[in-house]
Design a protein around this ligand. Structure first.
Ligand SMILES: N[C@@H](CCC(=O)N[C@@H](CS)C(=O)NCC(=O)O)C(=O)O
Length: 362
């Protein structure tokens, strides 16, 4: 599936010219795309995306494929990660089949064009929700699935303890990201000169760091932890304590199709609500007989909330049965039993001091 990245921008609909802002307010650029169809040419973003997904029989989901715990392709070609599980949850809601997904690997520069052109139905790829992405880039964000912040990794033996110690040093960073912008902002604010070594490819970014050409590397903290696990000598590196930004990572769809956007939003809320209600993939069957009106509405044994989204009324039950609730997804991909071992922190339910909160299912 790695080949997908190369073909990611080759579209059946041609030629098209899109003004895109790769990652924020000042980064508008013009990209021209034309050529032959990719594997499964998807229709351009229309007002009835759900209908075209239905007739295709699977949802096309843009991921990175390069960030373990978020989206990663194993040696067996299988995708895993929290972002991948969000795609699978969407497929479960739509088709009662979590495998009805085609994944497309997209790097940071490619991801928004792929969404705008309709090559992917949804982007579930460690993408930070920002104002300009919401407006000029034309994205519609679903709820945040991982609250993150930007950090810096350095070699343990470098003596570097803070951002200030990186004065006049080289810092590796991936282009088309908020990471690149935040680093520039922070250094300007603090009056620190530095040498950014910029790459479009995450593997090049990290290889440049491991070969010693940069003194530090910056990314979302979760991505540093994640990619840190696959460095040649993980124990030789350390992530500095300083967190220099807020990175709320959320799935997104193209603007202009409220029905599809709502469906994706409520799939994400279902994961959070199920955790709140104590419903898991293991016990969801037992809840079918529940007399609690909240649970009945949530599982669709009463009312018709799903229909309002163009889904079946048991869409949330389908998701939980196949993919599990938010806690199950988190533990499986990022929790203590994984190499990442990321504490839930802000990604806890609101009732446990975190930021995850679902509006009522009513
Ligand atoms: N959250 C930030 C950064 C996202 C990002 O693309 N980070 C890089 C650094 S690890 C990455 O995930 N690259 C993976 C890839 O290009 O496939 C954003 O939305 O701009």
């Amino acid at each position: 599936m790695k080949f997908m990245r190369k073909s990611a921008l080759i579209l059946a609909i041609a030629p098209l010219v899109f003004a895109i802002a790769a990652c924020g307010e000042n980064s508008g650029q013009t990209v021209s795309t034309s050529g032959t169809p990719g594997n499964t040419p998807a229709a351009p973003a229309t007002r009835n995306r759900w209908d075209s997904i239905k007739s295709r029989g699977q949802v096309t989901c843009g991921v990175s494929g390069e960030v373990p715990g978020f989206s990663f392709v194993g040696t067996d070609g299988k995708y895993s990660g929290i972002d991948v599980d969000v795609c699978r949850a969407i497929a479960a809601a739509l088709f009662d089949n979590p495998d009805a997904v085609e994944f497309r690997n997209l790097n940071s520069k490619e991801r928004f064009t792929a969404l705008q052109t309709g090559e992917v139905d949804v982007l579930s790829r460690n993408t930070t929700w920002t104002l300009s992405r919401d407006t000029s880039v034309g994205l519609e964000f679903a709820p945040v699935v991982f609250y993150d912040g930007q950090a810096i990794m350095v070699r343990k033996n470098s003596g570097i303890k803070s951002l200030a110690d990186l004065k006049n040093k080289a810092i590796c960073v991936q282009t088309g990201t908020t990471t690149e912008q935040n680093l520039a902002d922070q250094m300007r604010k603090r009056g620190i000169t530095y040498k950014p070594l910029v790459s479009e490819d995450v593997n090049v970014t990290f290889a440049t760091y491991t070969t010693g050409r940069c003194d530090g590397i910056t990314a979302d903290r979760s991505a540093l932890v994640s990619r840190g696990t696959i460095l040649p000598k993980p124990e030789d590196n350390v992530i500095l304590d300083e967190v220099i930004s807020s990175e709320p990572l959320a799935p997104a769809v193209a603007k202009g199709d409220a029905k599809w956007g709502d469906a994706v939003k409520w799939v994400v809320y279902s994961l959070v609500k199920a955790e709140e209600l104590g419903i898991t993939s293991q016990n969801v069957g037992q809840f079918a007989a529940s007399k609690d009106p909240d649970i009945k509405r949530f599982l669709g044994t009463e009312g018709n909330l799903g229909e309002g989204l163009g889904l079946t009324n048991d869409f949330a039950a389908r998701i939980i049965k196949h993919v599990g609730n938010y806690a199950e997804i988190y533990d499986r991909n990022l929790g203590p039993k994984t190499k990442l071992n990321l504490a839930r922190g802000q990604n806890q339910l609101w009732s446990k001091g975190g930021l995850l909160y679902s509006p009522p299912f009513r």
